[in-house]
Design a protein around this ligand. Structure first.
Ligand SMILES: [Zn+2]
Ligand SMILES: [Zn+2]
Length: 151
């Protein structure tokens, strides 16, 4: 019988990096932004799981913008996570998990999507501008708080 912890574990292609989820997550967010498409050669599909535990090495972290960073396995290149440099959010690559019942819950930066692909599933769609309006003030506030605290 499969153990519970094993059931909620995902892994990179070479199995060096393991990601453990406290519970099964199936609602996939898709990002069509230019950075995610360059990173993935396509849209990036992820789960938002701030409590996810990432273990193993070699894990490389790349600062992809002024506010965010992306983690990947430095051995096989599998993309593991995207997170803000300040704050608790953590998006984990959905493809690391074998769940067959994943579904697309939202597509973000939808206006950045190139015309040559699209998903059949209907889900919530957000524009890049609406994401920026929601996130930039929050991220700036956190950055200023970190500067003021001197860390
Ligand atoms: Zn790997
Ligand atoms: Zn993106």
């Amino acid at each position: 019988m499969k153990s519970r912890s094993k059931f909620f574990a995902g892994k990179c292609l070479c199995t060096a990096i393991t990601v453990r989820l406290p519970e099964k997550v199936t609602d996939v967010g898709v990002c069509h932004c230019a950075m995610c498409r360059r990173w993935n050669s396509g849209p990036w599909m992820s789960f938002q799981v701030p409590e996810a535990e990432i273990t193993g090495k070699p894990l490389a972290v790349y600062r992809s913008s002024a506010f965010a960073e992306r983690g990947f396995c430095a051995r096989c290149g599998s993309h593991i996570f995207h997170r803000p440099q300040d704050g608790p959010e953590l998006a984990i690559s959905a493809g690391l998990f074998d769940f067959r019942d994943q579904y697309i819950a939202r597509e973000i930066c939808f206006d950045d999507k190139p015309p040559f692909y699209e998903f059949v599933a209907e889900s919530e769609r957000r524009t890049t501008a609406s994401m920026a309006r929601e996130w930039l003030p929050r991220l700036l506030k956190r950055r200023v708080a970190r500067w003021l605290s001197g860390s």
